[in-house]
Design a protein. Structure first.
Ligand code: NAD
Length: 321
């Protein structure tokens, strides 16, 4: 039986990835600072470890006197725009330590295949409609936040270990990802989850607050599509960074309208000051398409699968049956 280690298995994408690897027949160890908040883990073994500590990375990687066939590194100090713009030092310190120790020890312990979860936050601020950027065009680099800089450093570190120490490395740059069983409140939630929560909380005809004027353009990738992309990329020959994202670009205002439509509510929007991030990011999916990957869920289909889950969380938190 093939073995896989998933770092960040207590988190959103890591939790879904564990399920995918189990469906594919792997024996899976999950590692995280915390247990998954929303669903019991399907990992065969789950270790609570702080991966900023090198000894804990070695413990996570050790298996029966050897190590794993595949390691998926998704652990990161992570959140939406509000968190990314307020926790710059934590991101630069914590995520860099995790990646430094995980990459180094995975190579040292002989891991044959290593996956690193990067982000399209490595790209510079773009205007809507600018020609799509390829992965290589992220350099010369000018990410608009420290989260993107840390990801670039970790990508380069992983590629250095691939060149010099023979560990096969696969790197995905994820577009904004959303779906059930992800953070939906507390300050680390990302835009789709935040909009679902706000609209679940408001009465029909009520008003929600949105940071900025709502014109920022994003694409949002449903978590099942992301996990399929991760698995396909990991088992491919594609070296270097690979973008994974749904090709449907929408404004934040359109995101709100989609959630409101799915919720069946009329919603007024009050635009307030807040961190909005880049105007747009337009990037090419040609490399992941070359493996036969296509996103199966457009925004409406993904929100139809996400909103009911967040609405149920909101009702449960409010004590509504
Ligand atoms: P998440 O916050 O739900 O999961 C990350 C997990 O890492 C959390 O469970 C957290 O507890 C864990 N973690 C943090 N510090 C740790 C430590 N010191 N030791 C052990 N575990 C630790 O985030 P996610 O959305 O599932 O993201 C997974 C990965 O994908 C991250 O690397 C993130 O940067 C990347 N990514 C996510 C998105 C997105 O839209 N969700 C977009 C681009 C990139």
């Amino acid at each position: 039986m093939k073995t896989a280690l998933v770092c960040g298995a207590g988190g959103f994408i890591g939790g879904h990835l564990v399920k995918k690897l189990k469906r594919e027949g792997f024996w899976v160890r999950g590692v995280d600072l915390k247990l998954h908040e929303f669903a019991p883990t399907q990992a065969d073994e789950f270790l609570r470890l702080d991966l900023r500590e090198e000894g804990n990375c070695q413990a996570a990687l050790a298996l029966n006197g050897g190590t794993f066939d595949e390691v998926y590194q998704l652990a990161a100090d992570m959140g939406g725009m509000g968190f990314i713009h307020s926790a710059e030092c934590e991101i630069m310190h914590n995520s860099a330590l995790i990646n430094i120790h995980m990459t180094h020890n995975a190579a040292k312990m002989g891991v044959p295949r290593y996956f690193f979860s990067s982000s399209v936050c490595v790209y510079r601020d773009m205007q809507p409609g600018e020609p799509e950027m390829t992965e290589a065009e992220a350099i010369p680099a000018h990410p608009d936040n420290e989260y993107g800089w840390e990801k670039l450093y970790a990508e380069r570190m992983a590629m250095a270990y691939e060149r010099n120490q023979g560990m096969v490395v696969r790197i995905a740059r994820f577009q904004n990802c959303y779906g059930p069983e992800g953070t939906w409140t507390g300050g680390r939630e990302k835009a789709p989850a935040a909009m679902c929560r706000k609209i679940a909380e408001v009465e029909d005809g009520g008003t929600i607050e949105i940071w900025g004027d709502g014109s920022a353009i994003r694409s949002y990738t449903y978590v099942d599509d992301m996990v399929e992309g991760i698995y396909l990329l990991m088992h491919s020959d594609l070296k270097g960074a690979v973008n994974i994202g749904c090709p449907q670009y929408v404004s934040v205002n359109e995101l709100v309208a989609t959630v409101a439509e799915v919720a069946g509510k009329r919603v007024n929007v009050k635009h307030i000051e807040g961190p909005v991030g880049v105007h747009s990011r337009n990037f090419s999916n040609a490399r992941i398409y070359s493996l036969g990957w296509q996103s199966r869920f457009d925004l409406k289909a993904g929100i139809e699968r996400t909103y009911p889950w967040i609405e149920a969380q909101v009702k449960a938190a409010a004590g509504v049956k």
